[in-house]
Design a protein. Structure first.
Length: 116
């Protein structure tokens, strides 16, 4: 059965089809082709979320995965982040969770937050 994808690598949003015979059509650049090849064998996503901040000028701090995560583990990682709270001050790039769930990916802060 053919599988259809909408490429998320750039704003074009190419409609790409992976055919049963192994061919891939509809991409307009190599990034789209590589995206679909990756999706077929190991779909991955960058995660963005927020974590609670204790004694901070803001109540939450935006965070993201430092690298891509397996798509089927994203909700598990979100649940892990939801259990966390960090103490202010927080600096961009601070590791909030090291090697989250043993996946080899850190969760890092993406905003500076001062202490109250």
């Amino acid at each position: 059965m053919d599988r259809e994808f909408t490429c998320i690598v750039c704003p074009k949003g190419c409609h790409i089809t992976a055919h049963e015979d192994g061919t891939i059509t509809g991409y307009t650049c190599l990034r789209g082709l590589n995206y679909v090849k990756q999706e077929l064998v190991d779909p991955r996503r960058t995660l963005t979320s927020t974590v609670k901040v204790d004694n901070g000028q803001l109540r939450v701090c935006p965070v993201k995965s430092q690298d891509t995560l397996p798509k089927d583990r994203v909700f598990d990682v979100v649940a892990e982040i939801d259990k966390m709270s960090i103490k202010a001050p927080v600096h961009i790039g601070d590791v909030v969770i090291e090697n989250v769930l043993g996946l080899g990916v850190n969760i890092i802060a993406t905003k500076n937050i001062g202490a109250k």
